[in-house]
Design a binder for this molecule. Structure first.
Ligand code: ADP
Ligand code: ZN
Ligand code: ZN
Length: 740
């Protein structure tokens, strides 16, 4: 037994059996018994490698084996990974998470063990340093003298660093070692990231900020609590939650900051670096495997203090988590819609509860759920509510006005109405910047034949192909299918008959060029600005004043600070309200307040103009009157009346299959055993609004239940006894957001 238990407490010891229960990091339901070979030793939480079919998979030891399978049929564990035992809190989180989302435990284990490189034994590295007695320099070659000049500070360096600093080949270094001119030592290559400093001064906080910061910091070390940090854009929420980060650092705890990927800008990084003296350690899809390996291992060792990441950072194996922050908590990017479907903000609250630490949810436009949980509708307050109601520099919020497109429509084939055009012209005269917002990528959302009316659609989805003229492509925004644009109609054969309908940002840019040929404009969308680096360049060029008019999608709505931007024009304020999903109004309100908040962040008051065909819509009237709470209250009342979340529970069961017949078979099977309980409604099956997506036919059941019902239990009971045809996939979406 080579790997003794790191802890001697009895639950850990319970697993010291020859036969253990293991959850494998793969989305199959259930756990498996394995035999522990005599040369290995495992405890609960050990990360192991086990044979599974003809694969080897990482897994986690959960306890003694169940004994359900005859011992002759069991296989042996192959290895224990060279990492510390996973904490009990993480194992509990994994189980509760799987339970809540009704997903296989192995799928959650897979998200925890997502980084195979993190499990490999640490790599070794050679480090070079000056010997005790150095020979006189004059007998050295010029190259060797340069090495000595670099190494004179007695700092240990790897070969790469020396050769770069002294401009020598690595052979020079090896030669010096051979002759005893340099000493070398083998060390572990991974070094922990520098610890953020808690002793640097921050900005001088305003009185309101100070009160809020004290309030948040007081929660550190006091067990589980959830606080909604609710502050208008520009009220300095980041500075305030940095104070809580500081308090947790001082207490020697680990801190997790979750941001929607889009919000993790260079601006945020720089502010963190200015406040804490080091760049933050990051965890998201753009981070390299080597960096992820370090973050994962040092989180587990407790040597990593702060991680800022996207939703997947929620699965890091923290040893001593003391604070979680979810910034922009209302963002839909926190909902993962693929594979395991989950809401990272809600699961972050679960994790905080299990880790017994505080969690802060920050937003200028809180989600209805969080707002209701904070007791704002008069119900029980499960969250604390800290409010920042003023902008720091005394800057006022932008004036929001509607442009009624029924009264002042744009010319045919144009999208900017006269009052908006006038407002832009005024900004150009004054040397100020404008942002035109349209949440539609590409040139036109629809292309059709002028002769026969045929629409260009995606062969794999029930959706239109979007024209992207800059790229010279037609693209499906659902599955990514691409084709070359056709000049002739594929249906009737008419030549040159294809017409673009409706605007995307590229088409809007065309109009800007036509109306304001002298203005400098730029398009900000994921197609034109695809990488974080490009986004940073874009932001810098706007800040430097190189751009007069920005034409942007939702990428332009987030967190950027453009001091000289005084006008925001929303080209189609009704766009997000179509489609009628549960959160359409809420999402539109959040998006439009965010984008309007881009205007006039400093001394000048900004203006936001919303083009609409329906200015009486409650979403718009609340925006115009600047009464966010009024909007939330109305929305909450409507949801309560309809028996919808957050006042009831909703779950979707989505079936999909490449063949229609198989799908219908599965629908019949599930319908035959549909759950029948008091206070539970089962709707469907209905074909999904996008009934054909990514080459699969789709149908959906919707379950609605009172809050007191264990909906997950009902779902499990229902689905456990149904044997679906092969090829049919089933997804469960607890609290669905997307109704596609
Ligand atoms: P929010 O997240 O609420 O929109 P931020 O934290 O991003 O607000 O702050 C908005 C701007 O105000 C930032 O440029 C920030 O540096 C600045 N700021 C915040 N607090 C202060 C303060 N106390 N003194 C000076 N500037 C501040
Ligand atoms: Zn045609
Ligand atoms: Zn498609």
């Amino acid at each position: 037994m080579s790997l003794p238990s790191s802890e001697s407490s009895s639950p850990k010891e319970a697993a010291r059996h020859d036969r253990v229960l293991v959850v494998l990091a793969t989305p199959v339901s259930g756990c498996f018994d394995y035999l522990v070979p005599p040369h290995l030793s495992v405890v609960i939480g050990s990360v192991v490698v086990a044979p599974f079919g003809n694969r080897r998979l990482p897994g986690i030891v959960l306890g003694p084996g169940t004994g359900d399978v005859a011992v002759e049929k069991l296989r042996y564990l192959e290895e224990v990974a060279a990492v510390a035992t996973l904490p009990d809190t993480l194992l509990l989180f994994m189980k509760r998470f799987a339970n809540w989302t009704v997903s296989p435990l192995g799928a959650v284990a897979k998200m925890i063990l997502s980084q195979p490189s993190a499990l490999a034994p640490p790599a070794m590295q050679k480090q070079f340093f000056m010997p005790q007695i150095a020979p006189p320099e004059k007998r050295l070659t010029a190259a060797r003298q340069r090495v000595y000049a670099v190494m004179a500070d007695h700092v240990r360096r790897c070969a790469g660093d020396i050769s770069a600093a002294a401009n020598v080949s690595q052979a020079v270094i090896t030669g010096m070692v051979a002759q005893g001119l340099l000493d070398v030592e083998h060390v572990v290559a991974d070094q922990p990231p520098p610890t953020p400093r808690h002793d640097l001064p921050g900005l001088v906080l305003t009185a309101t900020q100070t009160t809020a910061a004290r309030d948040l910091s007081a929660m550190i070390g006091q067990g589980f609590s959830t606080t909604l940090l609710d502050g208008v854009t520009g009220s300095g929420k980041t500075e305030v939650y940095f104070e809580a980060v500081k308090a947790a650092l001082q207490a020697g705890q680990q801190i997790l900051i979750l941001l929607p990927e889009i919000a993790l800008s260079a601006g945020w990084r720089n502010r963190f670096a200015a406040r804490f003296g080091v760049v933050p350690v990051e965890w998201h899809s753009d981070v390299s495997a080597a960096q992820k390996r370090r973050a994962w291992r040092f989180a587990l060792d407790g040597k990593l203090s702060v991680v800022v990441g996207a939703r997947s950072a929620l699965f890091l194996p923290f040893k001593n988590l003391g604070l979680i922050i979810v910034d922009e908590e209302h963002e839909h990017a926190f909902k993962q819609e693929e594979q395991v479907i989950y809401q990272a903000r809600d699961m972050a609250v679960l994790r905080a509860r299990i880790e017994a630490c505080p969690i802060i949810l920050a937003s200028a436009t809180p989600s209805l759920e969080s707002w209701v949980n904070a007791g704002a509708t008069g119900g029980p307050a499960r969250y604390r509510h800290v409010v920042l109601s003023d902008r720091v520099h005394g800057a006022s919020l932008p004036q929001i006005k509607a442009i009624d497109l029924r009264k002042t429509p744009p010319e045919r084939g144009r999208w900017l109405a006269p009052p908006l055009v006038e407002a832009i012209a005024k900004r150009l005269q004054h040397g100020e910047q404008s942002l035109l917002f349209l949440n539609r990528r590409g040139y036109a959302p629809l292309t059709l034949c002028g002769a026969c009316g045929a629409k260009v659609t995606c062969p794999h989805c029930d959706s239109w192909m979007v024209a992207h003229r800059l790229a010279g492509r037609m693209r499906c925004h659902h599955c990514g299918h691409e084709t070359r644009p056709q000049r002739n109609c594929g249906q009737c054969g008419e030549s040159d008959s294809m017409q673009a309908c409706g605007p995307g940002v590229e088409r809007l840019a065309e109009e800007v060029l036509w109306r304001f040929p002298e203005a400098r404009f730029a398009v900000l969308s994921s197609d034109t600005v695809g990488t974080p680096k490009a986004a940073q360049n874009f932001i810098e060029s706007v800040q430097a004043g190189d751009v007069d008019i920005i034409v942007g999608t939702q990428m332009a709505a987030k967190g950027h600070h453009f001091p000289n931007l005084t006008l925001v024009g929303v080209v189609d304020a009704d766009l997000g309200l179509a489609g009628g999903d549960l959160r359409a109004g809420e999402r539109t309100f959040q998006m439009l307040s965010q984008v309007a908040g881009r205007a006039g962040r400093e001394s000048r008051t900004g203006e936001a103009l919303l083009q609409t065909l329906d200015p009486e819509n409650p979403v718009l009237t609340s925006l115009l009157s600047g009464d966010r709470d009024q909007f939330l209250a109305t929305e909450a009342a409507a949801r309560a009346h309809a028996g919808m979340p957050p006042f009831a529970q909703l779950a979707a069961v989505i079936l999909s299959a490449p063949e229609d017949t198989k799908l219908h078979e599965a629908m019949r099977l599930l319908a035959a055993s549909r759950p029948v309980f008091d206070n539970v409604d089962c709707f469907g099956p209905a074909m999904a609004p996008l009934a054909y997506l990514k080459g699969r036919h789709r149908a959906r059941f919707l379950l609605r239940a009172e809050k007191t019902i264990d909906l997950q239990h009902i779902l499990r009971g229902w689905l456990a006894n149904v044997k679906l045809p092969a090829q049919v996939r089933l997804h469960i979406d607890i609290d669905p957001y997307s109704f596609l």
